[in-house]
Design a protein around this ligand. Structure first.
Ligand code: PMP
Ligand code: GLN
Length: 380
């Protein structure tokens, strides 16, 4: 039997969405928008499906999308990327993360993980026989302690996996924190597996910085993006990896036996999306920032302490006005009794999680956010 995946619980996102479907609750749990992304991107997909070909595209992805990924790396981060050897298309960031970990981590290699962590990281590190080295950051500031981080690195460290902007905390890593991570990677000859699916969702005028931009890091970072998040098309599952050829080689070998390819029409359409002008990206950020503020204000008025969110689809609150000190129980009862689903932050830890924090997804229509707050007000 498989010692890693056998017996694992179903992911919290599927559990909460399932319960929301069953009970008719408003789903502020799993991170997905309730409107679809730009019509012109969907139209490009529809046209590509009809025009074809709908056969296996090249394993690394369609040239048009790999070129678009290289171009966006130049446009937003001033990175010069060779689309032929340094870009690969995957079926979502989830696949890219699995490919990167399976491709790079050998048995006994240590992988530094930052808690709270996205739920797919740990099982894949374990599946690769890697040794997870969790480093915890704590609310409300979610600051990375330099000593704790340095102590997690050793000569056996193969990689650190970071996620900025970060799910579930809404943290955007500071330049100092990224510099520290870079210096430790250089010292210990480690790589950064950099989950940047929320790269285009940094609020309040901030700018996303990729660890790949830092001095000495260009060829030490595996940069992972997702069209699902960037274009509000989470069901499409189109992701992309940018990495130097020596890193890409084993990652591509993993990809060839995990999915091999991704539907070509979706790749064509995502290439179109990545070529949209800055007004798309600016409007996307402004729209989500207003939703963050709307839900934060509504929940604060009910007595929740809402932690600051500098990016992503998410805000974290305490369980405050619910009067419960178990976040999982609070989320289950809130879904069943108030008709509002959210996700317990305790699901994002390796062990011994804090149990007083709840994640709400705000990428929903305004009337849905308002209705959720009204339902909570009536219930509390
Ligand atoms: N990483 C993080 C931090 C996420 O929140 C998600 C979920 N959207 C993913 C990876 C997976 O992205 P995708 O849907 O493209 O597989
Ligand atoms: N990334 C999404 C979230 O954090 C969930 C994606 C999934 O369910 N796999 O809610």
């Amino acid at each position: 039997t498989n010692p890693i995946f056998t017996g694992l619980p179903t992911t919290i996102f599927e559990v909460m969405s399932g319960l929301a479907r069953e009970t008719g609750a408003i789903n502020l749990g799993q991170g997905f928008p309730d409107i679809d992304g730009p019509e012109e991107v969907r139209r490009a997909a529809a046209e590509a499906f009809l025009a074809g070909p709908n056969q296996y595209p090249p394993m690394m992805g369609l040239p048009v999308l790999r070129q678009a990924v290289a171009a966006i790396n130049k446009r937003f981060y001033d990175l010069n990327i060779d689309w032929q050897t340094e870009v690969m298309v995957t079926s979502g960031a989830t696949e890219a993360l699995a490919d990167a970990i399976l491709g790079l981590v050998r048995p006994g290699d240590e992988v530094v993980l930052i808690e709270p962590l996205y739920d797919s990281y740990l099982p894949i590190v374990r599946q690769a026989d890697g040794i997870p080295k969790p480093v915890r950051i704590a609310p409300p500031t979610w600051e990375l302690d330099p000593q704790t981080l340095a102590a997690a690195f050793s000569d056996r460290t193969k990689a650190i996996l970071i996620n900025t902007p970060m799910n579930p905390s809404g943290k955007v890593f500071s330049r100092q924190e990224l510099d520290l991570i870079a210096s430790l990677c250089l010292k210990h000859d480690a790589v950064v597996i950099s989950d940047e699916v929320y790269e285009h969702l940094v609020f309040d005028g901030g700018r996303h910085v990729s660890p790949m931009q830092l001095p000495g890091m260009r060829d030490r970072v595996v940069r992972i993006g997702s069209a699902g998040k960037t274009f509000s098309l989470t069901g499409w599952k189109v992701g992309y990896v940018t990495a130097a050829p020596a890193l890409m080689e084993p990652i591509a070998k993993a990809h060839q036996f995990v999915t091999f390819t991704t539907p070509p029409a979706l790749q064509t359409a995502v290439a179109h999306g990545l070529s949209l002008g800055n007004d798309y990206f600016d409007g996307f950020i402004a729209g989500l920032q207003a939703k963050r503020d709307r839900l934060s204000k509504g929940l604060s008025a009910l007595g929740f302490s809402v932690l600051p969110s500098a990016g992503t689809y998410f805000i974290v609150t305490d369980t405050g006005p619910l009067g419960m000190d178990d976040d999982a129980e609070a989320c289950l009862r809130m879904t069943r009794e108030a008709g509002v689903a959210a996700v317990p932050v305790s699901a994002f830890y390796v062990s011994n999680p804090p149990k007083r924090f709840i994640r709400f997804c705000f990428s929903k229509r305004d009337e849905v956010l308002d209705e959720a707050v009204a339902r909570l007000a009536a219930w509390i």
